[in-house]
Design a protein around this ligand. Structure first.
Ligand SMILES: C[S@@+](CC[C@H](N)C(=O)[O-])C[C@H]1O[C@@H](n2cnc3c(N)ncnc32)[C@H](O)[C@@H]1O
Length: 271
């Protein structure tokens, strides 16, 4: 009989298994918030910044380029390997929210780009980030919103049109990992953890990607079986790809790249 007392590590294993694919697909789209996130957390030369859930190190690399002293942390060793390549000057640490292996007040700023939602109860996550920043330090978090832009819903619409509706990404989320999907809710979340001047705004950007690379990413994402109920057969994959191509036409620029509109929430506050 299965031992149901074992912790559920499926989410963590999935990040580990699909790290390289993440960089080329969703990770590239997630890069759009890096600069506003680091600006909101006032990361500059000498800032001791924690990038939690660093993934492939996208935030860590830009923070290091700004001259910050970067600690890049993630539970996935495969992600940390990518982060070391992207941000060789950063210190990399294996760590998982909501309990981090850092003393109180060890950082001037802590940021997490699209980590909330994958890392356990949001109150516990924010409280832990508060704990590790010093008094006067900053916490900055991005997350997806309840009101996505057209470029973000494109793949879901293609799946629906092809008769293979998207399943919620629950396998990438441990239990109780939801978060508010609107600015007011995120502001309340950060404020209730004791952050001062908590606020949240919508950030928008175009995710720019070559049309062929985008299609290839879709095919590879479909092959993981994470998007749909089971792995779609080749005929269904072909149908999804054709719907995705048709739906993406309005976002094709003259140079052949897609510019897919995205929005996210950027929440921040002071310790
Ligand atoms: C959506 S990705 C975001 C990665 C990166 N911040 C970026 O901007 O692309 C989520 C990341 O959170 C990491 N993660 C999963 N569970 C976590 C946890 N409990 N604590 C911290 N990070 C976690 C995953 O390994 C993955 O790298």
């Amino acid at each position: 009989m299965a031992d149901t007392r074992q912790p559920d590590h499926r989410g963590a294993d999935l990040w580990e298994e699909h790290a390289a694919l993440y960089v080329r697909t969703l990770g590239a789209a997630c890069a759009g918030t890096v600069v506003p996130l680091l600006d909101a957390a006032q990361v500059g030369p000498g800032t001791r910044v924690l990038d939690i859930g660093t993934g492939p190190g996208t935030v860590a690399a830009v923070a290091a380029d700004r001259g910050a002293a970067v600690t890049a942390a993630d539970p996935s060793p495969a992600m940390l390997r990518l982060a070391r390549e992207a941000a060789p000057r950063a210190r990399t640490v294996t760590a998982a929210l909501p309990r981090l292996p850092f003393p109180d007040a060890s950082f001037d700023a802590a940021v997490g780009n699209f980590v909330l939602g994958h890392a356990g109860p949001p109150q516990a996550v924010v409280a832990e980030l508060c704990r590790v920043v010093r008094s006067g330090g900053r916490v900055g978090l991005t997350c997806w919103t309840d009101a996505p832009a057209a470029g973000q819903t494109l793949l879901g619409r293609a799946l629906h049109a092809a008769g293979a509706p998207r399943v919620p990404p629950d396998r990438l989320r441990p239990p109780r990992s939801g978060h508010p999907g609107d600015p007011e809710g995120m502001t309340r979340l950060l404020g209730s953890a004791g952050l001062r001047r908590a606020g949240c705004r919508v950030v928008s950007w175009d995710h720019r990607v070559g049309a062929a690379a985008w299609t290839e990413g879709i095919v590879r994402l479909l092959a993981t079986g994470l998007l749909t109920a089971g792995q779609p057969d080749p005929v269904t994959v072909d149908r999804i790809v054709r719907h995705a191509a048709a739906l993406s036409t309005p976002y094709l620029s003259p140079d052949g790249d897609l510019r897919l509109p995205h929005v996210a929430l950027l929440a921040h506050g002071w310790r």
